[in-house]
Design a protein around this ligand. Sequence first.
Ligand SMILES: Cc1ncc(COP(=O)(O)O)c(C=O)c1O
Length: 392
Amino acid sequence: MGGKPVRENKIYYGRQCVDEDDIQAVAEVLRGPFITCGPKVTEAERKLEEYTGAKHAVVCSNGTAALHCACLAAGVGPGDEVITTPITFAASANCAVYCGAKPVFADIDPDTYNIDPQSIREKITPKTKAIVAVDFTGQAVKIKEIREICDEFGLVFIEDAAHAIGTSYNGKQVGSLADMTCFSFHPVKTITSGEGGAITTNNDEYYKKLILAHAHGITHDESMMEEAPHEGVWYYEQISMGFNYRMTDFQAALLLSQLGKLEAFKKRRQEIVNKYNEAFKGVPGIIVQKEIPESDTCRHLYIIRLDLDKLTCTRRQFFDAMSAENVQCQIHYVPVYWFPFYRRMGYEKGLCPNAEEIYKGILSIPLYPLMTDEDIEDVIKAVKKIAVNYSK
Ligand SMILES: Cc1ncc(COP(=O)(O)O)c(C=O)c1O
């Protein structure tokens, strides 16, 4: 701060990677007869099934809607508890509140920052209905351990894979492993459809409920109707409560086009992660996220954690110094139960000590496929410059 910044123009922590092919794919749909409820939506669902290996996929308007539908399909309702992590976007907890249930926060592993299965066990009560486990930064949660807990206590395993399209766990794609897996295609995520989301599942019953939940509770399937025989081909029935959470066809076209580039995006993200990991080895005051061997991770975020005992600055000073170097970071995340909305519901600080401790030191530095080698070097230079300047 005050010196010459490492770069002239600002670089942000994330951004979409949309090219002419993507634009063409969207334009084609916009010129055609169906811009919603058309064939591209179905095509995107079949492609997601093929890619993840899940039996069913339902695309929807965003990742939050995906989580809401998954909770509804799981039967989450008033009086139930849903266990999730505090180090996540608010939607991972809000989805339980939408259903009248109570989110319960389990603590995180201090090295991987993912929800800690042992803490999940400690938070289970007779009211627990489901676990919303977040693949934070794209790294898969401990799926085997969480599966065992869900089987032991009869809970529904919802994986919030908003960060994790492209990740596999022990050789199997995320999306094929939990009872239901929710994805987000927001522009900062690995692939985008503008706004967008999806739920995948291998379970036929959940699939039927997801279809209903994301489209008004309405069915066109005669076998599901209650008043059959019906009056004509135009007839449909609303058989449950549902929402309008549909994805449009032009979003589905963008999603399909982006899915075709996912492996290339993953490769470039990994290259950047490797460069960062290498560069930050031994830098005073910088801790990098631990990776678990089971997860072949398509990394969405790169987080550095400041070891504040080794630095003379606060996280805020470090963050501001990065901005002054024209490297715009972000914090993922403020513990969800710290927000006024949750505090008013009775949640108190101190609930998850690991999460609160980690929150004090984390910041997300730029990571997206369009970064040039020069961009990467600039970010590394900025981190090192500031860490050395503030080292004790
Ligand atoms: C972990 C997590 N869950 C859920 C969501 C919600 O996704 P969307 O923004 O598509 O509604 C996000 C998105 O920011 C997220 O990061």
